[in-house]
Structures are given as C-alpha cells and as structure tokens.
Design a protein around this ligand. Structure first.
Ligand code: SF4
Length: 219
C-alpha cells in the first residue's frame, strides 16, 4: 500500500518519520511536571487550551495542598477555583477537577485506572487525555492525537481525516505498536516546536525530504 500522494509505502514512511523524529527528539518528554498518575491527570485537565509552563507553576502549589484525589473531591469548589485561577477557563476546570476526583474516589478507590475504558469514564477525560496518561504515567502503548499531532499527520499525508479518533486509528495502523508511545510525545513536540501551525521551521526539519506539504504552506 502506498501513502497518499507519496511514492513511499506507509511502512517506509513510518520508518522514516520515526528516524527523523528521533533526530529532533531522541527522548521525547511531556512538558507537564508530575510524579504520579493522579498528578498527571490533574495537570492534563488543566493544560487544555492553556500554557504548560503556567500549569506547572500552578500545580507545584496545588499538589502540596491537594496531595490526593480525596483532597480535591472534598474541597469547596470556590477554593479550587481560587487555587487555579491563573489558568484559562479556571471555573470550568475547577468543576471538572472536583467531579473527576469524586468519581475517581467513588468508583476507583482514588486510584487512576490504567486502561482506556475506565479512564474515559472519568468526567473531563476524553481519549486524548486518557492516552496521555497511558503513555506517560503507565508507559503503555497508545497514540495521543492533539491539535499538533493532527496538523502534522495531515501535513505528512498520514491521514486525510479531521476527527481525532479517526486520526488515532490511522496512526495506530501505520506505526508499529512499539513506536506508539514514542511518536505520541515526539509528534506533540515536533508540532509545537518545529512543524508549527504558523511559520513551520522547514529548513531545520529532519522530515523535509519526505514532506509533500513543505512547498504548500504559507510562511
Ligand atoms: S518540512 Fe515543514 S511542513 Fe513538512 S514536516 Fe517539516 S516542518 Fe512540517
């Protein structure tokens, strides 16, 4: 099978992408600070449409005050709002955090689940957040599709879909399972720092040779 509009097969394309991404990010990381699955869950919820640096500043204090999901579940909503007020959409996020932690305590004994089915039962946790937790907190194979991964996947002709769940399926088909966790973090970083939405750094890109979009993007 050939990759759309590309002379390489998807298998060859996937290998070249992994190779190129490893040159950019030999050990891709999550920009969010966390020490356990509960902390990553909180940080990921707070990070939606927000700056990771700001989230790290806020969670540094937040985790001292709320070391467990029980602490969040029983805290007054207004207090949580105050404690995260520096973050975009803090009112809505405070509500989600409290509800998420309540369900986490009641249904899962306060322990963050390590599978997608149970993770997505938590309020405020969709497939993207669940996959971030599986990859980074549990080191399990999963594919994260955020706005960066979506854009990069389309530019590299890995998918012609717009729906993140369908893009996730396409990437899972194209990349080897052992590479899922790597590409999840690497594609997020690649989209954030190299193949940016505006003015991508094509002249510094290790995927330049295989990219069919490089001449079509407005800079
Ligand atoms: S060549 Fe440019 S458009 Fe293509 S993947 Fe690299 S940075 Fe993105």
């Amino acid at each position: 099978m050939k990759a759309q509009d590309n002379s390489l097969s998807f298998k060859e394309l996937a290998e070249k992408i992994v190779e190129g991404l490893k040159k950019h990010f030999p050990q891709p990381w999550s920009d969010l600070n966390f020490e356990n699955p509960y902390q990553l869950l909180v940080a990921t919820i707070l990070a939606a449409q927000a700056n990771d640096k700001k989230v790290n500043e806020v969670t540094k204090e937040f985790f001292k005050k709320y070391p467990t999901p029980e602490d969040v579940a029983k805290a007054p909503l207004e207090q949580i709002e105050q404690d995260i007020r520096q973050i975009n959409f803090y009112r809505r996020k405070a509500k989600i955090l409290k509800e998420c932690c309540r369900v986490l305590v009641e249904k899962f004994g306060g322990k963050v689940p390590d599978n997608i089915e149970d993770l997505t039962k938590l309020p405020g946790v969709g497939r993207k957040t669940a996959n971030v937790i599986l990859v980074n907190a549990f080191k399990k194979p999963a594919v994260v599709v955020d706005t960066h991964v979506k854009r990069v996947s389309q530019r590299l002709n890995l998918t012609d879909k717009n729906d993140p769940d369908k893009i996730e399926q396409d990437l899972m088909r194209i990349f080897k399972k052992e590479d899922w966790a790597f590409i999840s973090n690497a594609l997020v970083l690649f989209g954030r720092y190299v193949c940016k939405a505006k003015k991508p750094l094509c002249h510094e890109c290790h995927l330049y040779e295989i990219c069919k979009s490089k001449d079509k993007i407005e800079r």
